[in-house]
Design a protein. Structure first.
Length: 375
């Protein structure tokens, strides 16, 4: 049995805050943010994590968080558009050190309110949904996550992720329907595609041009053909665009029948309360479950980026900013690839990057192919 680390060893080891803030600083440089902005955002990250930011990485994760496979309560992403610097985002669980899911949610809510006071935005939409998503005895895999889009100027755009299963998985659909109704989107639920569940509802808070309510739908055994029919936008992407992204990101050919491992996710963004149609659609593919190693995932991401007229070399630099390991030495550094469409804007490609503070998933052999059922 391994002896626990001594106090001296713990003091000398890097902390969760050291690692993740360093990753953020280096990613900020890749995304073209100023040094002053990256320092500001590094401080915001460690402040938002609270006491666990000072926790030694020689200790196990503070919580078995659902946010990442190795339970790091931080994930980064880069969102690409043609002829523009990528947008850097960080997703975190501000209540990750709490001793219960209820305390986790309350700590997360207080962190959001502190951000609102600091950056002068309202938490009104979130407050209207508190009983739905932050009950006294919540169920489900998480309570509240927070995403920060790190914009030039040192003031981020804020988004919260909430758990529709908080009052029971069997009530998830009703919870999403009621939440959309309270937010003024009374026809929106009827506009969603069929799926296997509702893992997230997200809200834009603060300085957004068009604040969105976003509903995520899980799709078990998703096929390329099914993916192409998921969008409900009035003037959205055609099926061929979505199917092509699906096949490239998942690494599947025309003979495959669907994703039989971790499911695909569709996201539907609502901005206009007068219509049932969403104004945005995103397809998320969990590439880490359908690649042998991150070198393979990186090649797929680069292919998607080039296809949409974006600079794939930026993603190489982003991976080097997160870790010193070779992409071929693990799988999961690139967690998801997503293709997003929003009315009036060019398509965006987003790569979600794992911090890997606690563990690296080893690469797998050809058996990963069996994660995709072949007809």
């Amino acid at each position: 049995m391994t002896a626990p680390p001594t106090a001296a060893v713990l003091r000398e080891a890097p902390t969760l805050g050291d690692l993740t803030s360093g990753q953020l600083r280096r990613l900020g440089a890749v995304a073209g943010l100023s040094r002053a902005d990256t320092e500001t955002y590094a401080d915001v990250l460690t402040d938002s994590l609270g006491a666990v930011a000072g926790r030694s990485l020689r200790l196990p994760p503070p919580t078995r968080t659902f946010l990442s496979d190795d339970h790091t309560p931080v994930e980064f992403s880069l969102s690409f558009q043609p002829d523009a610097a990528p947008a850097l985002r960080v997703l975190l669980e501000p209540g990750c050190g709490a001793d219960s899911l209820a305390h986790n949610g309350r700590a997360g809510l207080e962190a959001i309110r502190a951000m609102a006071r600091r950056w002068n935005f309202t938490t009104g939409p979130l407050d209207r949904l508190r009983d739905l998503f932050l009950p006294s005895a919540p169920d489900g895999p998480f309570a509240l996550w927070c995403a920060l889009e790190l914009r030039p100027g040192g003031v981020p755009a804020v988004k919260v992720y909430l758990n529709p299963a908080a009052n029971g998985a069997e009530r998830s659909a009703g919870t999403v329907r009621e939440a959309l109704h309270r937010l003024g989107h009374r026809q929106a639920f009827a506009g969603l595609p069929q799926g296997s569940g509702y893992p997230f509802l997200a809200l834009d808070l603060g300085d957004w041009e068009q604040p969105r309510a976003k509903v995520y739908v899980r799709h078990d055994n998703l096929t390329a053909g099914q993916a192409g029919r998921l969008t409900r936008m009035g003037r959205g992407p055609g099926p061929a665009v979505i199917e092509g992204f699906f096949r490239t990101a998942a690494g599947v050919g025309p003979g495959t029948t669907g994703l039989s491992g971790r499911p695909g996710l569709s996201c539907h963004s609502f901005t206009d309360t007068g219509t049932a149609r969403p104004s945005g659609f995103t397809l998320h593919i969990p590439v880490r479950d359908y690649a042998r190693h991150d070198g393979e995932a990186l090649a797929r991401a680069a292919s998607v980026l080039r296809h949409h007229g974006m600079d794939a070399s930026v993603l190489d630099r982003a991976l080097a900013a997160v870790t010193e390991r070779r992409p071929e030495d693990g799988v999961g550094l690139i967690a998801y690839l997503a293709l997003a469409h929003q009315q009036g804007r060019p398509p965006r490609v987003t790569a979600y990057l794992s911090s890997e503070a606690y563990a690296v998933r080893p690469p797998v052999g050809e058996a990963v192919r069996h994660a995709v059922a072949v007809g």
